[in-house]
Design a protein around this ligand. Structure first.
Ligand SMILES: N[C@@H](CCC(=O)N[C@@H](CS)C(=O)NCC(=O)O)C(=O)O
Length: 211
C-alpha cells in the first residue's frame, strides 16, 4: 500500500491553528493506524501546482499513489475505505456511516461555517442563527439518545461531526450538554490528540523557520 500524503499549508496565522482541516485526514490516518506523511504548499502564494490539485486554492488534499483528491470529506471517505475502524463493512453500517458523514458536511457545516463567518466579522444581525439553532437542537436530541452516530460505535462520521461541532464559537452558543459531552469524548481520543498536537507542532516549526 502506498504511503498516504496529507497536504496542508506550509504556514498559517495563529487563528486557525488546531482547526485547519488537514487535521481531519491526520486524525483518520491515526485512528486507522495507516502510514502517512504530511507535505505542504505555500500559504502565501497559491500557484498553479496547488490549484491543479485543489481548484479553490485551499487545503487539505490527499495523495494515495497516483490518486489525488481534494475535499476533506472525500479524503476521509477514501481513507475510511481502507479501514474497518472508520467504516463498518456490513451494508447497513456502511450506509449509516455515509449518511452521517454527508450530514456533517451538508446539514451542519453548511450552516455552521457561514454562521461563524457572520459572527467573527461582527455582523450586526446574524440571520443564520435560527437555522443554526434548529440544526443544533436536533443534534442535541440525537446525542441525548446515542453515543455514536452510526453502527453503534465510532466511525469516520463521528470524527467529522465532532470536528465540525468543536469550533469554539459554536460551543459557546446555546446550551447543548449532550453535544458538548460528545465533542469531549471524540476529541479525548488519543488519535485526535496526536493529530492536533502534530498540526500545532507543524505550524510552530513554520514560525521558527520564518523567523
Ligand atoms: N470544503 C473544503 C473546505 C476547505 C477549507 O475551507 N480549507 C481552509 C483551511 S481549513 C482553507 O484552505 N482556507 C484558505 C482559503 O480558503 O483560502 C474541505 O472540506 O476540504
Amino acid at each position: 500500500m502506498a504511503q498516504l500524503i496529507v497536504w496542508t499549508y506550509d504556514w498559517v496565522p495563529e487563528g486557525p491553528r488546531g482547526f485547519v482541516r488537514d487535521l481531519r485526514l491526520r486524525w483518520a490516518c491515526e485512528e486507522a493506524g495507516l502510514d502517512y506523511a504530511v507535505r505542504t504548499v505555500p500559504f502565501d502564494d497559491r500557484g498553479p501546482e496547488h490549484l491543479a490539485r485543489q481548484p479553490f486554492g485551499q487545503v487539505p488534499f490527499l495523495s494515495d499513489g497516483d490518486i489525488d483528491l481534494f475535499e476533506s470529506g472525500a479524503g476521509l471517505l477514501h481513507i475510511a475505505r481502507k479501514s474497518e475502524t472508520l467504516m463498518p463493512r456490513d451494508p447497513a453500517g456502511e450506509a449509516q456511516t455515509l449518511q452521517w458523514t454527508i450530514a456533517a458536511l451538508n446539514s451542519i457545516e453548511m450552516v455552521s461555517v457561514p454562521w461563524w463567518f457572520l459572527e467573527v466579522t461582527g455582523a450586526k444581525e446574524n440571520g443564520l442563527t435560527g437555522w443554526l439553532t434548529s440544526r443544533l437542537d436536533r443534534m442535541e436530541s440525537i446525542l441525548n439518545k446515542q453515543d455514536w452516530l452510526a453502527a453503534g460505535r465510532f466511525t469516520v462520521a463521528d470524527l467529522l461531526m465532532a470536528d465540525v461541532l468543536r469550533v469554539e464559537r459554536l460551543r459557546a452558543f446555546g446550551h447543548y450538554p449532550a453535544t458538548e459531552a460528545y465533542i469531549a469524548r471524540q476529541t479525548g481520543r488519543p488519535a485526535f490528540r496526536k493529530a492536533h498536537a502534530d498540526q500545532m507542532a507543524h505550524f510552530a516549526a513554520a514560525d521558527a523557520a520564518r523567523a
